[in-house]
Design a protein. Sequence first.
Length: 233
Amino acid sequence: MNKTVQSLQRRLIALGFQLPRFGADGDPGAETLAAVGKALDELVTLRGGEDPTPAPPASTASIVPAEWMPAAKLERVICHWTAGAHKASEFDRSHYHILIEGDGTLIRGIPSIKLNEAPAKKGYAAHTLDCNSGSIGVSLCCMGGSNEAPFDPGKYPMTREQWDALTGVVADLCRRYGIKITDKTVLSHAEVQNNLGIQQRGKWDFTRLAFDLSIKGAKACGDKLRAEASAKL
Ligand SMILES: [Zn+2]
């Protein structure tokens, strides 16, 4: 019997485990192994039975399933609302890569992100006029029947759960595709005309956030989006 085994046996006895055959012969065998197993069980019980591997901090855990983000070269993320209800319709799913329902649930759009790699391929997600190549489209399911001025969010106002999910989705996409967060690479539809110089037709997603009326205007909403997504990178 080697010294390591003997010292292990002494420590087990000191901890109160029964090793009646200790020192009796040269076989460390079953009795020592059983005591070690029991000791490990007790340690696990002491720890509440949990896996001792620490979970990553919530802020860095990915929320977009890996298979939704195929290898591709994308340059930017453009964020929208559907101007529909809090649930994703088939029509919504055909225009965006990722949708976020009223309770924060993520729904995969029909077109693959890969189809929007520049130049956009047949079946790509058509979410932003003249700016779909290289652009991932994410949309919050909300704001059907809303009005910009005077502001009326309608029956399906944007929720904080949606917004919080959005900043997590944007962080995941930027990490996956190596997109740096700037006002030309992570922006709302309402910022496209000013920030990228591509004319749009009066789009106001997002110039108001129904859950926080203190934020006003495309830049203020976009800056909040970028700051919160950056914090989750
Ligand atoms: Zn839009």
